[in-house]
Design a protein around this ligand. Sequence first.
Ligand code: GLU
Length: 355
Amino acid sequence: MMFATVLKPLAPIRARGAALAAGLFCAILASAPVAALAQGKSQDIRFFRIGTGSISGVYFPVGSTLASAISSPPGARACEAGGSCGVPGLIAVTQATLGSVANVRAIASGGLESALAQADVAYAAHAGTGEFAGANRIEGLRAIANLYPEALHIVVRRESPIHSVRDLPGRRVSLDLAGSGTRSVAQAVLAGYGIDVKQIKQVNSQVGPAADRIRLRNIDAFFFVGGYPFEALDRLARNTRIRLIPVTGAEADSIRGKDRFLSAATIPAGVYRGVDATATIAVGALWVVSDKVSADTVYGITRALWHPSTRRLLDAGVAAARQIRPEKALDGLALPLHPGAERYYREKGMLKTGR
Ligand code: GLU
């Protein structure tokens, strides 16, 4: 193939179990190298993968928006001319995954360059605690930015006899699939209430199928940790009367006390149709990256993320994307900044010297 000579992936693209941002990816493969050659340019194309989560979750649409913001294929209209303000030659692709835990593992194995991940999971991976102890530690994980808060949703039908996490034993409950960050929070919550996971009947699904199963009365409750409101639950609430189960009181205090990246949050009344304000726990969604990606590339990505033109893309995205703000970029990072991101924040005066 003619473009094989100009195509220099940052890493080989494997579509194994992956959903690529197909439109962008295919259009570019088909046209960009040709355009670059036609203009006599020999600009390298680099691929940069962003691991997300379920296609029905929040990471996936947010990751797609980020991919658009940082990509700038050869032949794209110049930033000053209203075109792409991404990193020249970079093509970011969004990959659907199982979620935070699978994402940080894929970064460690070279299957992803970057990903979205919960701060608690990123911290545990980098520090080598919990399921990341010993040889499973992922030291080469670095931060680009804190993005938005994710809230724990425990969803039941409104008429359900379940009113507290204490009522879950014996019920059919989805804790999400292994590899998700949702599942690690769900396990911490059950433990905080003194419930052994074996006491519940696990019927685990990713968030989209879990919402369908509530509608079909196929399960009694499901857990999901994500930015709110999100589409799959919004849709469920419009066709099925639902409730959210609170996580409050001494149990919530003790759950948060065991993990400093978990905080208290309230999902306000009416965010989902007919659902009252619900106290719960939250965690930050981070954009994490491998330390193997060059400082120049991550510097360019960080600059593109906070470029004024990106605001329009974020504001046209899902609710969580609209919450992504530079003022919050360095909150609760849980990881050292990648040197490229650090250089950007230092230039902007966002980092105190000595940090
Ligand atoms: N926080 C969830 C997880 O890591 C995923 C959230 C999402 O897909 O938006 O499993």
